[in-house]
Design a protein. Sequence first.
Length: 96
Amino acid sequence: MSPLTIACNIASLDFISESNENLIRLKENMQYIKLSLKDIGIEVDGRVPIIKVLIGDEEKAIRISESLYDDGIYVPAIRFPTVEKNKAILRITLMS
């Protein structure tokens, strides 16, 4: 087996090991954000790491998104034509 093949195999094993840790951390983050949003009256489906929060009004969604961005949190406002008019959402994308 060539040194390059061995190095690739070792890197793959390291990645798999780290991926499991990342998956655990991601699930913890999903649970945390779901409970935090529930505490302020926002129910979300916490089965996926992308969470949609319905805001409705596009200008309000933009203001919230900009306010979060000013605090160092990137949560884009998704609005028409991506979603129906007056159904603007904030899209929270979680990472590990």
